[in-house]
Design a protein around this ligand. Structure first.
Ligand code: NAD
Ligand code: UD1
Length: 344
C-alpha cells in the first residue's frame, strides 16, 4: 500500500515525507512545483536513503490523478497541495478558490472512484479567525477573515459533507498553528518566494544580512511585552503529527479536527531574543504599527491530539531557532542556485 502525498515537495510536505519513509511507509508524491523545487525531494531521498515515485502534476488535472491512482496502490492520501499566501489571496481570490477548493474536490472525486477513503488534510488555525478565548480548542466557532482562510473553511465543510454522505470516509482535519524550523540535517527547510511574510524566515534573513532589520508589527497588544503572541511549532513535530493522524484515519471512520501546536505562546520579541541567543549577536528590529488583520494572541489547546492521536510536540523554542538558523546558513538562497546539485 502507498500513501499519496499531494504537495509533498513543499515545506511541510517534504518533512512529512522524511518521517513517513523513516517509519517504513511507501509513498508516492504529486506536486506541480508551483511553490517548491524538486530538489527538496532529491534531498528527502538522500536523508532517508529511500526512493519513491514523484509525479509532476496538478491536482486539478483529473487525468493525471487517474493515472496515479490506477498505476499505484494508493491506500490513503495526505493532502498538503494548496496556495497559502494570505495577501495574494486577497488580491487574487479566484486563484485560491480554483487551486485549493476545486483542487480538493477533484482529488476527492478521484479518491472516491478508486475506493480510497482515508484522508489527512492540511487545515490551519486561521479557521478560528479572531479568537475570543485562548487556548483555542477544536469546538470553537469557525470564522475566516480572508480568502485563503475561507478556502480552508470551505474544504473542511466539503469534507464534513462527504463524511456525512458516506460512512466509508475517514478524515483528519489538521489545524496547524505556526510551523517553523527545519530538518536537523539542514538539508530541507522553508524556502519562501521573495520577501518573507512570516516572522521566522524574516528574522533569519535579517540575521544572515539579506534584510536590514525586522519590523515588529505592533507593540501595543494586550500581551506581556505588547507584541503579538503565537504558538510556534517545529515542523518535524508537525510531520510526526501527520503519521499519528494517518494511523488514526487508517483504522477508524468519520471526521475529526485536531489542533497541532505546542500549547505555548511566544511573543515576537521573545522569538527575536531566542534567535539572538542561538546566533550569538543582536538582531536589528524596529517597533512599528500593527499589521492589518493580525490578532493579538493565538495558541492551541492541544489536549485532543494528545488524547486521540497520542501525539504531542516535543521540540522547544531553542531547537526551532537552531534548526531554522542551520537551514538558513547552509542554504542562504533556499533551493535556488543549487539546481546543479546532481539529481538521481
Ligand atoms: P508549500 O507551499 O511549501 O507547499 C505546498 C505544496 O503544494 C507546494 O510544493 C506547491 O508546489 C504544491 N501545490 C500547490 N498547488 C498545487 C496543485 N494545484 N497541484 C499540485 N501541487 C500543488 O506550503 P506548506 O507551508 O508546506 O503548506 C502545506 C499546506 O499546509 C498548505 O495547504 C497550507 O495552506 C497549509 N498550512 C501551512 C501553514 C504554514 O504556515 N506553512 C500553516 C497552516 C496551514
Ligand atoms: C500567518 C497567516 C496565517 C497562517 C499563519 C501560519 C497572515 C495574516 N496570517 O499568521 O493565515 O495560518 O501565518 O504560519 O499572514 N510579525 C512581525 N514582523 C514580521 C512578520 C510577522 O512582527 O515581519 C509578527 C506578526 O504580527 C505576528 C507574528 O509575528 O504577531 C507571527 O506572524 P506570522 O509568522 O506572519 O504568522 P501569523 O500572523 O500567525
Amino acid at each position: 500500500m502507498n500513501i499519496l502525498i499531494t504537495g509533498g515537495a513543499g515545506y511541510i510536505g517534504s518533512h512529512t515525507c522524511v518521517e513517513l519513509l523513516n517509519a517504513g511507509y511507501n509513498i508516492v508524491v504529486v506536486d506541480n512545483l508551483s511553490n517548491s523545487s524538486q530538489l527538496s525531494l532529491h534531498r528527502v531521498r538522500k536523508i532517508t536513503g529511500k526512493d519513491f515515485l514523484f509525479y509532476k502534476a496538478d491536482i486539478r488535472d483529473k487525468n493525471a490523478l487517474e493515472t496515479i491512482f490506477h498505476d499505484n496502490q494508493i491506500g490513503a492520501v495526505i493532502h498538503f497541495a494548496g496556495l497559502k499566501a494570505v495577501g495574494e489571496s486577497v488580491s487574487m481570490p479566484l486563484k485560491y478558490y480554483q487551486n485549493n477548493v476545486a483542487g480538493t474536490v477533484t482529488l476527492c472525486e478521484v479518491m472516491e472512484k478508486h475506493g480510497v477513503f482515508h484522508l489527512v488534510f492540511s487545515s490551519s488555525a486561521t479557521v478560528y479567525g479572531e479568537q475570543e478565548c485562548v487556548p483555542v480548542n477544536e469546538d470553537s466557532t469557525l470564522h475566516a477573515t480572508n480568502p485563503y482562510g475561507r478556502t480552508k473553511l470551505m474544504i473542511e465543510d466539503i469534507l464534513r459533507d462527504l463524511s456525512n454522505s458516506d460512512s466509508n470516509w475517514s478524515v483528519a482535519l489538521l489545524r496547524y498553528f505556526n510551523p517553523v524550523g527545519a530538518h536537523e540535517s539542514g538539508r530541507i527547510g522553508e524556502d519562501p518566494n521573495g520577501l518573507p511574510n512570516n516572522l521566522v524566515p524574516y528574522i533569519t534573513q535579517v540575521a544572515v544580512g539579506k534584510l536590514s532589520e525586522l519590523q515588529v508589527f505592533g507593540s501595543d497588544y494586550p500581551t506581556a511585552d505588547g507584541t503579538g503572541v503565537r504558538d510556534y511549532i517545529h515542523v518535524v513535530d508537525l510531520a510526526v503529527g501527520h503519521i499519528k493522524a494517518l494511523d488514526k484515519v487508517l483504522f477508524s471512520k468519520g471526521i475529526n479536527a485536531y489542533n497541532l501546536g505546542t500549547g505555548n505562546g511566544y511573543s515576537v520579541l521573545e522569538m527575536v531574543h531566542a534567535f539572538e541567543e542561538v546566533i550569538g549577536r543582536p538582531i536589528p528590529y524596529r517597533l512599528c504599527v500593527r499589521r492589518p488583520g493580525d490578532i493579538a494572541i493565538s495558541y492551541a489547546d492541544v489536549r485532543k491530539a494528545k488524547l486521540e492521536l497520542g501525539w504531542e510536540a516535543t521540540k522547544g523554542i531553542n531547537e526551532m531557532c537552531k534548526d531554522s538558523w542551520r537551514w538558513q546558513v547552509e542554504n542562504p538562497n533556499g533551493y535556488k542556485e543549487k539546481y546543479s546539485e546532481k539529481m538521481k
